[in-house]
Design a binder for this molecule. Structure first.
Ligand code: 5GP
Length: 191
């Protein structure tokens, strides 16, 4: 089977990864989103099988034991996320490239495993206050400790930005979109 390419989007929760990945998917018909498994509960605007596969902890553990994950992480305390090997193979089989929205550790793991066919992009927000405002506005992290968990993680994640192929400061979404289209086109259409 032909091996396609991988585009890895990482960055702190609330940095705009989801918006950017939806934008990329609307612009590149040969790009497909890798739907991850998660043990977190579903949000109002989400769909099982589209945003994530929402599964129980027991099912998650059984998938680990059966080596079904390409990578997995306890992204937040007691909340697990993982990329299924099958998901990627399915996408490559359909002659498409894979788009990942993944945490920093997971993103760097994929980059290490696939150095020759991956592009890694770190989306950066240059102010913790701005990130906090976005997380509150998103209204999904209603509990204060959930917001704090994400902010604490963001501080640590920013230290790894330099290990990515590109760092994009998401200050002005219009500019970010313009830049990312360029970066992704160069990578996808480079023979
Ligand atoms: P959220 O709960 O806000 O959707 O996502 C939390 C974090 O988990 C985000 O940073 C997202 O990129 C990351 N994430 C989503 N899927 C995966 C995955 O399969 N593996 C890893 N390591 N992180 C993931």
């Amino acid at each position: 089977m032909k091996k396609g390419k991988m585009i890895i989007l990482s960055g702190p929760s609330g940095c705009g990864k989801t918006t950017i990945s939806h934008y990329l998917l609307s612009k590149f018909s040969n790009l497909k989103f890798s739907v991850s498994c998660t043990t977190r509960s579903i949000r109002n605007n989400e769909k099982h099988g589209k945003d994530y596969y929402f599964i129980s902890m027991n099912t998650f553990i059984s998938k680990i034991k059966k080596y079904q994950f390409l990578e997995w992480e306890e992204v937040y305390p007691k909340l697990f996320y993982g990329t299924l090997k099958n998901e990627i193979l399915k996408i490559w089989k359909s002659n498409k490239h894979v788009l990942f929205d993944i945490d920093v550790k997971g993103g760097l793991n994929l980059k290490k495993k696939y150095p020759n066919n991956s592009l890694s992009i770190f989306i950066m927000v240059n102010s913790m206050n701005l990130l906090k405002k976005r997380l509150i506005k998103r209204n999904s992290e209603t509990l204060k400790n959930q917001i704090n968990a994400r902010l604490n993680k963001a501080k640590k994640e920013n230290n790894y930005a330099k290990l990515f192929d590109f760092i994009l400061f998401n200050i002005d979404l219009f500019q970010t979109k313009k830049k990312i289209i360029q970066i992704v086109s160069n990578f996808i259409y480079d023979k």
